[in-house]
Design a protein around this ligand. Structure first.
Ligand code: HEM
Length: 143
């Protein structure tokens, strides 16, 4: 059940990230003003990222990954698939959410509209790359 939500929200988060990044880049390029809608899209993306992080922790600690890691870290690290889910996916995605949070917090401090768009595009972009790099694709696409 938790994993199902985690899997569904992953689609929403990736879509929101892409929308935020594309919109920010286009608006920066065309010298558009930073509107309330732009702030809202960035904010919803941030909220989706934080919710996904929380869900990820719930999935993680209700699964056996953490116990396996405590019991025999060497064996987990030696197994590529296990290492991805027990270590790489959680750590990389925490870092990705930190990037997204920094981007949102930093855009608020800026006054120039183009700089706001570029701050969001850069940090949300970094977050997206990190997320995409450590998604368990085989498993996710297998349903
Ligand atoms: C915040 C961005 C995150 C995204 C976009 C994301 C995305 C995904 C996706 C797409 C899957 C595959 C779901 C499936 O097989 O149906 C997955 C699985 C998983 N995620 Fe995340 N995740 C995120 C964060 C986290 C965090 C922070 C943790 C742990 C602290 C975590 C723990 C897990 C675990 C343990 C699984 C595998 C569960 C299993 O198959 O037994 N995720 N995640």
């Amino acid at each position: 059940m938790l994993l199902m939500f985690h899997s569904l929200l992953a689609f929403a988060l990736l879509a929101l990230l892409i929308a935020s990044i594309v919109k920010s880049l286009l608006s920066a390029q065309n010298n558009k003003p930073f509107l309330e809608t732009d702030r809202k899209v960035a904010l919803f993306t941030l909220i989706a990222a934080h919710t996904q992080l929380l869900l990820g922790f719930l999935v993680y600690f209700t699964s056996t990954y953490f116990d396996m890691l405590k019991d025999d870290a060497k064996a987990v690290m030696a197994d590529k698939a296990l290492r991805l889910l027990a270590v790489e996916h959680p750590f990389t995605n925490i870092l990705a959410v930190v990037m997204i949070t920094i981007g949102f917090a930093a855009h608020k401090k800026l006054t120039e509209d183009k700089a706001k768009f570029m701050k969001i595009a850069t940090f949300y972009g970094l977050g997206l790359i990190l997320l995409l790099s450590r998604i368990p694709w085989n498993q996710w696409m297998a349903g």
